[in-house]
Ligand binder design. Sequence first.
Ligand code: NAD
Length: 274
Amino acid sequence: MSEYPTGTLMAGKRGLIMGVANKNSIAWAIAQQLAAQGAEIAFTYQGDKLLRRVKPLAESVGSDVLLDCDVTNDDQMDATFKALADRWGRIDFLVHAIAFAGKDQLSGSFVESTTRDGFKSALDISAYSFVDAARRASEIMNDDGAMVTLTYLGSERVVPNYNVMGVAKAALEACTRYIAADLGPRGIRVNAISAGPIKTLAAAGIGSGRHMFRFNKAAAAMQDNTDPKGVAGAALYLLSELGASCTGETHHVDGGFHAIGMPQEGPLRESLES
Ligand code: NAD
């Protein structure tokens, strides 16, 4: 039996998930939850090296639609959405779980380490790619469709080493609101989920990651790290009829870390008071 709540909320719905790299990917947690509710899913993967990992995962949720797509490659973006149109005609949802910044951009001083090329590539891959994918997806999306992207609190507050990625996430959240306004009249909803730190390939690229997990656990309202299943549940809500009327929103799923101004009593406070 699936470890994700089963049901029929996504029965008859078809959509694209971009950003599964392996079994730890947030996009994979979302895929499992959507599949457990009856969704039919197509996946993109970034190059042959990742196909080896993504193919068996896709097969385990009954999908044989695997499309090679680097979001910086216009030909691959064209081919991806053409393949979806040829296969299904229309789609109902899009999940965008893609981000990248060079490792040299993700440690130390933001002002010292951010280069012009590093800035351009982080914003291109992590923010513009959602605009591009949303435009292409909207051309074949049913009028009650929905889109979700993944962001992080580093867009709103300074998080050490997150640097240019925080700027890219701020842009991504603004893009989410603009896309929501454009597609709203058609009934297409567009939202972002701001997830707390989760151990994935992308998270491993951020300097002092281990400290980040410990600090989040100690300071979050729930005094625990973020469960990918909670993120997947939020995606199900936002992509299904449960999310009706919710659009342009950045929804935090981070154990309440974002809500805390000063840590409550507990190990973190004690360590500061001793
Ligand atoms: P992940 O490494 O599993 O996924 C990142 C994905 O981005 C990979 O599938 C990778 O192939 C893809 N990608 C990068 N550059 C690409 C390109 N040029 N073309 C196509 N695909 C490309 O890591 P994840 O943590 O699951 O990341 C998914 C999303 O969640 C990202 O937007 C990330 O910023 C966001 N997020 C992650 C965390 C966390 O702590 N892990 C927290 C909040 C938000």
